[in-house]
Design a binder for this molecule. Sequence first.
Ligand code: ZN
Length: 273
Amino acid sequence: MQRRPILAAAVTILLAICDAVPAPAQGVKSRPPAAAPQCDPANFRVIVDVGHTPESPGAVSARGVDEYAFNLALAKVIDTKLRDAGFNRAHLLLASGQAIPSLVRRVAQANALSADLLVSIHHDSVPEAFKSMWEFGGVQRPYSDRFRGHSIFVSADNPDYQGSVTFAKMLGAKLKARGLEYTQHYKEAFMGSRRRLLVDPETGVYRYDQLLILRTARMPSVLLEAGSIIHRDEEELMGTEEHQLKIAGAVTEAVETFCSLRPAKTQRASTQR
Ligand SMILES: [Zn+2]
């Protein structure tokens, strides 16, 4: 008959003890609330694709320099900047040989690397109809000072179109934050077959569905036309280290933001490159 009072007393004491136990200090012992995805740069692989090849070097600048030289120089600065930010698995994608076969090889390499993101680096020119002639280095050369600025392209045929657009907008925003303006001429009717749909007027993202590298790469992919090398002033600017670092900073910050939203899909062994 005396068990109930004893049991009640024991429960009372137990409750008193429990109340006396201090709550765990915040952020020390408590489990964190539903954690937001976090970027692990060492595990996130971004491919920096160098547009064109030494044998098939793309556009020619107003001063007669091949686009490939500009692409390679800027891509190297971007690769270094990414590594400095901890993206140790960044991969500089280079190819040699003629245009289409080398492009097919680059895409095959990119897909074999199972990367999380691909950024293809190019420099722009204009259709022949917009070019005038000037003399540089004793040689008559084509140029056009009509359009300047960068542009960013995505393909709706890429298997991760939404991911591609997400990164493209981030990159456009980072370039804009550095005072760089995108070129608007791709949306104009006078561009004819080279007219593109402007996906995002805020950040200068265009759709170019047919671009082989964007549509066949199996990861979010964007192509950056970093600037116009047929424009005489912009060509000089694109050749400066200061400007290359500015663009590389924008790419790296955009990759960091993208990585924090969409961490690496695959956990890779630390020894794998
Ligand atoms: Zn190009």
